[in-house]
Design a protein. Structure first.
Length: 593
């Protein structure tokens, strides 16, 4: 029998590794920018064309590479970060595996210009699909200049499954934000198709957060700071009033590395227990500093999942630190009991002479000596006529009873939430809020597709501000928002003035409504135009639907039932929640039998 196991060529092995490390253009930017940070750069520029499909360029002023290092950097597992296995437990750099550059070169065409400070000339390398095509000296500034073109040109299946340019650019901004929030002392710029999206100057961490998410965001931040033997926790958490349902900015960083940690997220949210409504989330930017030997970052290719040795203890420290930050800034409401009519309790003084209270009583009172019952009754009813002398005299009126010409079905409302009505098979129970969501959703969806929504002007335009990653998605759905009746004026720096809204939305928070629509589009509307329309219509319906607890009369309930049964789906809301149920007649009889 012939041998069947063969050693894969390096080009194939690199493409396999690239499948885990390089998932989209944002992955390329993350790896190259992290390498620039490890190289000691003070200024990093990122330029993308067509959301990274055509070109990605990362320029830094770090220490650069020699000719030998530049060529060796594209070999698998070639790295300057570690030397032995024990170094994995003492990492102080972002990268360490030596997989990023060979993985990028395996699925793209790469050009590198790099130079060290002590060299007269730099090095130019050109690679295509892991194969070096050109190597020559070049005159260039100190640092490195990577240009990645035609990503996934040799893996058409991967290129085919890339999302739209707006979605991929949003992913690039998200990855970029996770890095710039860790290094406020580095200057970062980001350009897309020649347009500057971000220009971040070095400064404090609080200023960096305000530069990325807007100056108004700075007003809602509270400082967090605690140092223990296990870890040091610093950063910021939001005030309770900054909580929102969708699109919260929640960031954990450990030793300068972004991470996702559901367990620590629960600790932060538990600190806000009873301070924010259920389902709301508060923004936070929390930075952990722990001994490298107490964590393991080598458990996932993207390095966003990190294992902690003292996870439970750090959880308790984190929750206590957040609670302390809230309490220090008087954000926990103080309990103020009603003091009206309370007894005056004097302060006890042991030196002062205390006089015991002297009771008083009627010595002549005899409970066995009672007046005759007839005398008590006579005194109790004596003079009753005087009580009615001032009342006006009224004559009884005849009450007319009439039958309505047409009898409409009688509906009953339970606790301002459910509509109950009798049907042939039993008792039908309808959730009035979900029913109204379904009704409005289909109306908005129809108006959106036919572009027949009426707008009403806002007397005082309100300003809504987005982070750059969210602003990209807003640009994508802006035509649909205009079609729904919103009028948004671009004020620059991802700020927009709301000057008109769809008719019939009186009393709503327009700023939060627009934000929720954008966040819904980010979460659910990354597909085609139909999915975006559905996401926008559902978000608008949720905000405009009648709230739970609103009292309805019989005519209003009748109209809602009729409109519900004219919808395409009467049983479920657009997001799959049940609208109605029927309690069968037999079950009612069994319950009462």
């Amino acid at each position: 029998m012939s041998d069947v196991i063969q050693l894969l060529p390096d080009s194939v092995a690199n493409q396999i590794a690239a499948g885990e490390v390089i998932q989209r253009p944002a992955s390329v930017i993350k790896e190259l920018v992290e390498n620039a940070v490890d190289a000691g750069a003070h200024t990093i520029q990122v330029l993308v064309v067509d959301a990274g499909r055509t070109s990605i360029q990362v320029i830094d002023d770090g220490k650069g590479m020699s000719e030998t290092d530049a060529r060796l950097a594209f070999e698998r597992h070639a790295t300057s970060k570690i030397r032995k296995a024990d170094d994995l437990f003492a990492l102080t750099t972002m990268g360490f595996r030596g997989e990023a550059l060979p993985s990028i070169a395996a699925v793209s065409q790469v050009e590198l210009r790099t130079k060290t400070a002590d060299a007269e000339l730099g090095t130019y390398l050109s690679l295509s699909g892991s194969r070096i095509e050109t190597q020559e000296p070049v005159n260039c500034p100190v640092g490195s200049n990577f240009k990645v073109e035609n990503l996934f040109f040799n893996v058409p299946a991967r290129r085919k499954f890339l999302k739209t340019n707006a979605t991929e650019l949003n992913n690039i901004l998200t990855a970029f934000e996770r890095i710039v929030l860790v290094y406020p002392d580095i200057n970062f710029t980001l350009h897309s198709n020649g347009q500057e999206l971000l220009n971040l100057k070095n400064g404090s961490l609080r200023q960096r957060i305000a530069d990325v998410f807007g100056k108004r965001f700075n007003q809602d931040l509270l400082d967090v700071h605690v140092e223990t033997a296990l870890c040091k926790i610093t950063g910021f958490v939001g005030k309770p009033e900054s909580a929102r349902k969708k699109g919260p900015h929640d960031y954990f960083f450990v030793n300068g590395r972004f991470m996702k940690h559901a367990y620590f997220h629960k600790a932060v949210m538990q600190a806000y227990e009873r301070l924010v409504p259920l389902g709301m989330q508060v923004p936070y930017f929390i930075y952990f500093e722990v001994a490298p030997s107490d964590i393991d970052v080598n458990i996932h290719p993207t390095k966003t999942e990190i294992k902690f040795e003292n996870e439970q203890a750090i959880w308790q420290i984190l929750m206590a630190a957040v609670r302390d930050a809230i309490g220090k800034f008087c954000e926990i409401p103080q309990i103020d009991f009603d003091t009206e009519g309370r007894p005056d309790i004097p302060f006890f003084n042991p030196i002062e002479q205390v006089t015991p209270p002297q009771p008083s009583y009627n010595a002549s009172y005899n409970p066995f000596k009672q007046q005759p019952s007839s005398e008590r009754a006579r005194k109790s009813v004596e003079g009753w006529e005087q009580l009615y002398e001032q009342l006006p005299q009224q004559t009884p009126q005849e009450v007319e009873f009439f039958e309505p010409e047409e009898k409409s079905p009688i509906h009953y409302q339970y606790k301002g939430r459910y509509i109950m009505t009798a049907v042939k098979s039993g008792l039908m129970i309808i959730d009035q809020y979900r029913a109204d969501v379904r009704i409005r959703y289909e109306k908005y969806l129809s108006h959106l597709e036919s572009q027949t929504v009426n707008s009403q002007r806002v007397l005082f335009p309100e300003v809504v501000q987005f982070a750059p990653s969210d602003g990209v998605i807003l640009q994508k759905i802006l035509p649909e928002l205009h079609g729904m009746g919103f009028e948004l004026n671009d004020l620059g720096q991802y700020s927009y003035g709301i000057s008109a809204v769809p008719a019939g939305l009186d009393g709503l928070d327009y700023v939060q409504l627009v934000k929720d629509m954008v966040y819904d589009a980010i979460e659910k509307g990354r597909g085609g135009l139909q999915e975006i329309h559905s996401s926008l219509a559902l978000c608008l319906a949720r905000h405009a639907a009648i709230p739970q607890g609103q009292i309805l009369n019989n005519d209003e309930m009748e109209n809602m039932v009729n409109e519900l049964f004219s919808c395409s789906n009467v049983n479920y809301t657009p997001d799959g929640k049940a609208i109605l149920c029927i309690l069968p007649q037999k079950e009612i009889e069994q319950l009462l039998g």
